[in-house]
Design a protein around this ligand. Structure first.
Ligand code: GRG
Length: 296
């Protein structure tokens, strides 16, 4: 299946599952429920769920068993964007081409909607029946997602990012920050797909980890390149915001061409890590190419 059609199929699949997990807007507290739906269903590339489905496909896992973990990862992602956009953090008014959650609603509602999405993610992992997961598998997924999202992962990376504003970072420091802030959840998406496989071999898990590590960094580098090259309408968020905030980025440290070269090297590393997988891993291979070439 061509990548475009594959992306579309996965996006429709996860959007359908997400809509079913979300509370109805007509039920109280209506404002909170409306904000949760606004934050989660308002577009987005669904990169993390697609990676999770593609990892499952590489290992022969039925897509129906992956809907729960795919929803959980996307819920964490959506919550992080809502909180990242708040005045206390990046103070952004535009996301996915629409007003950010705290602009569309209010600050308190946006904080609560983020909190509710974060906690719903773990409810899904604990209770989704279509996952058909053994208790030990479920527990591993909960632990993976918690570690990737919390102080050892995304939240820790966000704290490093805030502390780094206005300072100069070395490439190693920048990489550590992004490995936590953006990379950890991307790795978790791949790992949750892998944990869903009942017959996962240690060598497969190691190869997929290497793949996820490479594309996680490549994703962030592409984000930095887009912040320089793309326009606000294409991005759906303000262009040039990293430079405006004096944020250390791959493009500021490596230059535009250097950053593009680094992204290509990571793409090659991602492909090499999948060497022992057959055609079932083609969606993962194509996703790596998409991540380093994407236009938004
Ligand atoms: C507030 C706890 C907390 C964490 C925030 C991930 C993050 C941490 C903030 C996002 C800031 C940002 C723009 C990071 C660059 C990379 C990134 C995660 C971009 C947004 O992800 P996409 O491109 O977004 O997958 P869509 O809208 O497609 O879902």
């Amino acid at each position: 299946m061509p990548l475009k059609a594959y992306l579309q199929t996965c996006r429709e699949r996860v959007d359908h599952a997400l809509a079913q997990w979300l509370p109805d807007e007509s039920l109280p507290p209506q404002q909170l429920h409306a904000a949760m739906r606004y934050a989660l269903l308002g577009g987005g590339k669904r990169v993390r769920p697609v990676l999770l489905y593609a990892t499952g496909a590489a290992l022969g896992v039925e897509p129906s068993r992956l809907d729960g973990p795919a929803c959980a990862v996307e819920m964490i992602h959506a919550y992080s964007l809502v909180h990242d956009d708040l005045p206390a953090m990046d103070d952004d008014e535009l996301r996915r081409g629409r007003p950010t959650c705290h602009i569309a609603f209010d600050e308190a509602t946006a904080i609560l909607a983020g909190d509710a999405l974060l906690t719903l993610a773990f409810e899904v992992l604990a209770s989704d029946e279509t996952m058909a997961a053994a208790p030990a598998q479920r527990l591993r997924m909960v632990r993976e997602l918690a570690q990737a999202s919390g102080h050892q992962g995304m939240v820790g990376g966000q704290a490093l990012d805030i502390a780094a504003e206005g300072t100069r970072l070395t490439l190693a420091q920048l990489q550590t920050m992004h490995r936590h802030k953006t990379g950890a959840l991307i790795r978790a998406a791949v790992r949750l797909g892998a944990i869903s496989c009942d017959t996962l071999q240690p060598a497969q898990a190691t190869a997929l980890d290497r793949y996820a590590e490479a594309i996680g960094l490549a994703f962030q580098i592409r984000d930095d390149i887009l912040d320089v090259e793309a326009d606000t309408a294409t991005l759906g968020k303000p262009q040039g915001s990293d430079e405006a905030r004096n944020k250390p980025t791959y493009t500021s440290l490596l230059g535009l061409e250097g950053a593009k070269g680094k992204a290509q090297t990571l793409h090659q590393q991602a492909l090499e890590s999948l060497y022992d997988f057959g055609p079932s891993a083609d969606p993962l291979r194509r996703l790596s190419a998409y991540i380093v070439d994407r236009g938004n």
